[in-house]
Structure formats: structure tokens, C-alpha cells
Design a binder for this molecule. Structure first.
Ligand code: PMP
Length: 407
């Protein structure tokens, strides 16, 4: 039984309290980005009103205050991921940025002709394209774990792909388009069995699952703050210290250096080696608040509530004639994707929006996965802590209206 007071929680999210096209907003696009609670918004304004300054090199009071808050956020993320060392937490601009960093530094330094990189059919484009770019440049070979009809990875096929040629495995923890939770611990252990290095894309996992990078023994883990009630344009790359130490820097510039002369530049220590330029200071600071907000509610309570909504939505949507749910994995987060006979997903999205219901339609940056299911896209509802069963009812009514208008 759920212990969260959802009505109380909704008051923390001012954006939810509005009408869209004359109807109370139903926000079901949380997998794209979720909404921000007042404490996070206040952390941002407190920073700009009280102690905005550039970090690390400043000697004055505000610079020291901003630096302390920035580094406190790093410690908060370290503890959120249960990383062994604070230097293993690199601030990035998001999941996409973190994956590109690894492909462009680890990849270009350590992967070469004939080396194999394994990804999966359900990857987001941001965990496909950086590896394709690397393969094109370095002559590596991309291998892809297939997905079954339920939207689960076929692990026997993964095992067949693994060999001494496998040098890197990069797989999504939770699918953004289907909600599937992948057995990443098994995937990581199997990869390590052949000596491959592993990256896990945690963009969708970070706000729903308990994370422990040491227990997982993953080499890299990436996520975006904006999917866990934090700001946009800010993310995290976790990497094992010895691997990060061996990697060349990514962007060159200020902060990432020890000493610069025109003859030679020496690079800074971790994590600063990978943090060139002035970062999103306010957003990094606010991430700590977002993590505290989630911890205050209890991640397991959030997950249980979203799971209730998923179950309810699955039951309700299954009753609609001609509606087919794509992705029926045993273990899912609160994401539900579907197609409807004779109705294009885009029309569905437009008609739902007319009723104040925000969903996402299309390929969800997973075109190869859509091709696997023989479709061009789906309509997707994705749940966060502030969503309710009444809102699911609104969706079902909305979809009946879509059918009435389109069929
Ligand atoms: N991977 C997954 C699974 C995602 O859901 C997303 C965001 N939709 C990304 C990567 C990319 O994240 P970002 O746009 O924040 O870089």
C-alpha cells in the first residue's frame, strides 16, 4: 500500500497547476523530462540571488561559497551512486554528452580496427550514433543484441556475440520507449568475462531504481539530471578511477589543465581533467536538492507508486479495442507505449493535447527498435511520482475520443 500523499506532493510542482486547452493539465511525458519541485527551483534562484560566482579559481567569498556548493553536489552524487571515490564523478551536460565523452576519449585511445563494440536494439540514438562515429573513424565493428517480442533483450544471443574480440559493451539500463528494465548486472558480468569494458546508460533508471555502481561493478554509468526532478543541461558520468585516469581529456580549455605553455600543456587531475570551461554551476548545485527531494520521498515509494499506475494503465488500456501495447517485459518502470489500429500516433498526440493531456509520440529516438517491431512510432505515457489514477482515467477517456474522431 502506498505511503505517499500525492496531493501534497503535487503542490511541490507549480507547473502542474494549470489548464491546457481549457482542461487541467495531465503531464505524462516524464520520460522525456520530468517536472521540477519547488525546492529545486528555489535552489536555482538562491544561487543566483545569493552567491553566483565562477568556481575553483576564485579567492573571494562568493567564489568560495559557489565552489563549496558545487563540490557538495559532487559528494551527493557520489553517495547517490555509491561510488568509491568522489573523483569518479564527472559533471557533463547530460547522458548524450557522457556517452560521447567516453566514445571520444576511451574509444579513440583504446579501440581500434576489428575491435567489437556491443550495443542493443533498444538503445536510444545517443547510445548508437557515438559508437557508429567511432567505428567509422577507427574501424571497429558494431554488434547488436536483439530484442524479443516482449521487448526484452535476448541474453542467449548476447552470449553468442561475446568473444575475445569484444572490447566494449554499452547498454541501456531502462528502455525509454518500452520501460523494460534490463538485467544489467548479468550483462556486465558476462562482458567482464571476456575482458570488455562496460557503459550503462542510466538516463531512465536514475529516478526509478536504486543504483549502486560498486555492486554492479560497471566501468561507466551515465545519466541526466533533468530526468530525476533536476535541471536540464546537466548530467553525470561515473567512471572507475583507474580507467578515467588512463583516458585522455575530452575538451581542451580552462580548468582541465595544470600548466599551459606554448610548448606543452599538462592536464589536471580527476575529475577536473574532464570538466573544461565554466560548467552549469547553478544546475549542478540544484542536483543535490533534487537528489534530496527524491530521497525524502523514498525512491522505493516513488517506484511503488509508479508501478501501481503502470499496472492500472496497462489494465485500462488493454480494454480499448484495436490498441496494442508495445513492450510487455516482466520488469518495467512506469512507461507504457502503444499503437492503435487505423490511427497514426501523431493524430493521437494532437487530439490528446486538445484535451490537456501531454504524451509523447513518434520513435522516441529509438528508430531501430521501432523497425524491430515493424512500426514507425508509438504513443507513450510515462509516469512520475505526482501522477494519479484519475489522470490515467483521463487518458483512457481521451483515447476513446481519439477513436471516435478518427475511426
Ligand atoms: N538514453 C536514454 C535511455 C534516454 O531516455 C535519453 C533521453 N530521452 C537519453 C539517453 C539522452 O539524454 P539527454 O537528452 O539528456 O542527453
Amino acid at each position: 500500500e502506498n505511503t505517499l500523499d500525492i496531493e501534497q506532493i503535487r503542490r511541490d510542482f507549480p507547473v502542474l497547476d494549470q489548464t491546457v486547452n481549457g482542461r487541467p493539465l495531465v503531464y505524462f511525458d516524464n520520460a522525456a523530462t520530468n517536472q521540477k519541485p519547488l525546492p529545486v527551483i528555489h535552489a536555482l534562484t538562491r544561487y543566483y540571488e545569493g552567491y553566483n560566482a565562477n568556481i575553483h579559481r576564485g579567492i573571494h567569498h562568493l567564489a568560495e561559497q559557489a565552489t563549496a556548493a558545487f563540490e557538495a553536489s559532487r559528494r551527493a552524487v557520489q553517495s547517490f551512486l555509491n561510488a568509491k571515490h568522489w573523483e569518479e564523478i564527472i559533471f557533463t551536460y547530460g547522458t548524450t554528452d557522457g556517452i560521447n565523452l567516453v566514445a571520444q576519449t576511451y574509444g579513440r585511445r583504446f579501440l581500434g580496427k576489428g575491435d567489437e563494440i556491443i550495443i542493443s536494439t533498444m538503445e536510444h540514438h545517443s547510445n548508437i550514433v557515438p559508437w557508429q562515429m567511432l567505428c567509422e573513424e577507427r574501424g571497429c565493428i558494431l554488434k547488436v543484441i536483439p530484442v524479443d517480442d516482449n521487448g526484452e533483450l535476448i541474453l542467449e544471443e548476447y552470449e553468442k556475440l561475446l568473444s575475445e574480440r569484444t572490447k566494449f559493451v554499452s547498454v541501456v539500463h531502462v528502455s525509454n520507449s518500452l520501460g523494460t528494465i534490463n538485467p544489467v548486472k548479468t550483462i556486465i558480468d558476462l562482458a567482464h568475462g571476456v575482458g570488455a569494458v562496460v557503459l550503462i546508460d542510466g538516463a531512465q533508471a536514475s529516478s526509478h531504481l536504486e543504483l549502486d555502481v560498486q555492486a554492479l561493478d560497471t566501468d561507466f554509468y551515465v545519466f541526466s539530471a533533468h530526468k530525476l526532478y533536476g535541471p536540464t543541461g546537466m548530467g553525470v558520468l561515473y567512471g572507475k578511477k583507474e580507467i578515467l585516469d588512463a583516458m585522455p581529456p575530452y575538451r581542451g580549455g580552462g580548468e582541465m589543465i595544470k600548466e599551459v605553455t606554448f610548448e606543452k600543456t599538462t592536464y589536471n587531475d580527476l575529475p577536473y581533467k574532464f570538466e573544461a570551461g565554466t560548467p552549469n554551476i547553478a544546475d549542478v548545485v540544484a542536483v543535490k536538492t533534487a537528489l534530496e527531494y527524491m530521497a525524502g520521498l523514498g525512491k522505493e515509494n516513488i517506484a511503488a507508486h509508479e508501478h501501481d499506475l503502470l499496472q492500472y494503465a496497462t489494465e485500462q488500456l488493454s480494454e480499448l479495442e484495436g490498441l496494442r501495447i508495445i513492450g510487455q517485459a516482466k520488469h518495467k518502470i512506469g512507461v507504457i507505449s502503444w499503437v492503435m489500429d487505423g490511427i497514426h500516433h501523431q493524430d493521437t498526440g494532437v487530439i490528446l493535447d486538445q484535451q490537456g493531456i501531454a504524451v509523447r509520440t513518434g520513435h522516441h529516438c529509438c528508430q531501430p527498435l521501432m523497425q524491430r517491431f515493424g512500426i514507425t512510432g508509438t504513443t507513450r505515457a510515462s509516469f512520475a511520482v505526482y501522477n494519479t489514477k484519475d489522470e490515467v482515467d483521463r487518458l483512457v477517456t481521451g483515447l476513446r475520443r481519439v477513436q471516435k474522431m478518427m475511426l
